[in-house]
Design a protein around this ligand. Structure first.
Ligand code: EPZ
Length: 465
């Protein structure tokens, strides 16, 4: 970490306009706003330990509320702001939740069984807070929850969460901007739930509510994401009865009570995939330690199709490639697991901007995950959006620029682009990135990148870490 005097108020890029097919942005940035600065053009090389999965961890933390007795200990949590916010929510509700070991371990005692309403100002910071619906309904028969927040990447409806809980006999209303669900007088009753789409969140909420219901619940067209499997395995470790996790048909047999347990969060396939993509975009050679090769296959197979190399040795995954200009193009359709993950669609787009030829990206999960595109265009990319399809024509170089992260993975996409670009890129609105990537700049520096997180200290010094 080092510091230098901060010219407070100096607008280094007073007004930058970016015109693209998808939006017309005016970007005004000041050096005294926290940002990430990247000197591009250095191939990533070396190894890093993959962090625990953000999306699994958020669901697992909500799942700890199901334990009617004992203490639940979660290990391998990522050190990111979404986790800190959800832990703060649990504590304000009256559960006893403590982070330790550099925020990688969480202990939760939820045995009290009656909880305060989750505070709206924290709930609205992330979509993951929606996962409180299922366990709170199961524990107390009634739940009121403010509208969750999260990345602005599409409509992100909640009808399937409603459908899942109604399928267990609950009533559901929206009252003064809050969801309100109530179980029948004798508690939730197992039932047959068909999800029109394999929603990750709706599968999780239905599974959690069903685990303490009377009787058997089947969830058809369930999400198969590894995060759903993690949550099901936690509930089983707590004494629950779940079968079929990881397939499209999950069966939950309700039990009267669940107990605390110890559980390890699975590695983050999206974090690992982002580093793998960045390695290929910079012509680098990295090893991801503690990675789940199978969970990464949809992205690794695309990278090898393009001419990059991948090798597995247990839970070490090495990814390397020659210069990005030597790769061949590919097209992506992001779809539910085991399809190509939507959460890597944006970083992968940055890679494709430098690959010869014309390639398409279609995100079949979200209709509005395009926040990165105006800024990639500003960096010199040649991108068109037609309906829900992004068409990328490869260019020979990207140039560093001042850009903004409009959402978490848009931010990751700009980091990949900045690492591969010529010159300096500064990424503003970094709070989006901090929601999901642990110590991003430190980890990238460990891989040889020139990348710093710039903050303003109390003494008006710019602190780079
Ligand atoms: C989870 O969101 C993740 N978030 C997302 O990660 C991820 O993109 C997504 O799953 C898909 O993998 C968390 O786990 C906190 P969905 P979730 O319900 O559960 C529609 C990231 O970058 N839908 O599977 O909200 C919805 O609009 C984030 O880390 C309904 O129509 O995703 C979307 O188009 C972003 N009705 C699609 O289904 C519903 O009731 C998939 O949503 C619910 C969802």
């Amino acid at each position: 970490m080092f510091s230098y005097p901060c010219p407070i108020g100096s607008n280094v890029s007073p007004s930058v306009s970016t015109n693209t097919q998808t939006s017309n942005l005016q970007t005004s940035v000041a050096i005294n706003e926290p940002h990430i600065v990247i000197e591009g053009g250095y191939p990533l090389s070396g190894s890093i330990q993959v962090a625990g999965s953000k999306n699994a961890a958020l669901a697992l933390i909500a799942g700890t509320l199901l334990a009617t007795s004992g203490v639940t200990v979660l290990h391998n949590l990522p050190n990111i702001t979404d986790i800190a916010d959800l832990v703060a929510i649990l504590n304000s509700m009256g559960a006893i939740a403590n982070l330790s070991q550099g925020n990688s371990t969480l202990t939760v005692d939820a045995s009290a069984g009656r909880f305060n309403e989750p505070p709206p100002h924290l709930v609205s910071r992330m979509r993951g807070s929606l996962q409180l619906l299922g366990p709170l309904l199961a524990r107390q028969g009634i739940v009121r929850l403010a509208m969750p927040g999260g990345c602005n990447i599409g409509a992100r409806a909640v009808d399937l969460h409603e459908k899942g809980l109604r399928g267990l006999g609950a009533t559901w209303t929206i009252d003064a901007g809050c969801f309100f669900a109530e179980a029948p007088f004798d508690g939730l009753i197992g039932g047959a739930v068909y999800l029109d789409k394999p929603s990750v969140g709706a599968t999780m909420n239905t599974m959690m509510a069903a685990s303490l219901a009377t009787g058997v619940t089947t969830i058809e067209n369930a999400a198969q994401e590894p995060d759903v499997v993690d949550l099901a395995n936690l509930i089983v470790a707590m004494g629950g009865l779940i079968e079929g996790q990881g397939t499209s048909r999950i069966t939950v047999t309700g039990v009267e009570s669940l107990h605390g347990c110890e559980f390890n969060v699975s590695p983050d396939r999206i974090e690992a995939g982002t580093y793998a993509i960045a390695a290929v975009a910079t012509g680098g050679d990295i090893t991801l330690i503690g990675a789940d090769f199978n969970a990464l296959s949809p992205v690794l197979s695309k990278l090898t199709d393009m001419g990059a190399h991948v090798a597995q040795d247990g839970n070490h995954v090495r990814v390397w490639s020659g210069p990005v200009q030597t790769l061949t193009g590919t097209s992506i359709v992001a779809s539910p697991h085991p399809g190509f993950p939507t959460d890597l669609q944006q970083p992968f787009t940055s890679l494709l901007t430098l690959v010869h030829g014309t390639n398409t990206i279609h995100d079949s999960v979200y209709e509005g995950r395009f926040g990165h595109i105006p800024y990639l265009t500003k960096m010199g990319a040649n991108i068109k959006v037609e309906g829900s399809v992004t068409i990328v024509s490869g260019v020979s170089t990207l140039s560093g620029a001042d850009v903004k992260a409009t959402d978490l993975r848009a931010g990751a996409a700009l980091v990949v682009a900045g690492l591969a670009a010529n010159g300096q890129t500064r990424i503003f609105d970094v709070h989006h990135i901090e929601r999901g990537y642990q110590e991003l700049c430190q980890r990238l520096r460990q891989l040889g990148a020139r990348c710093w997180h710039v903050n303003v200290s109390d003494t008006d010094m710019l602190v780079m870490e």
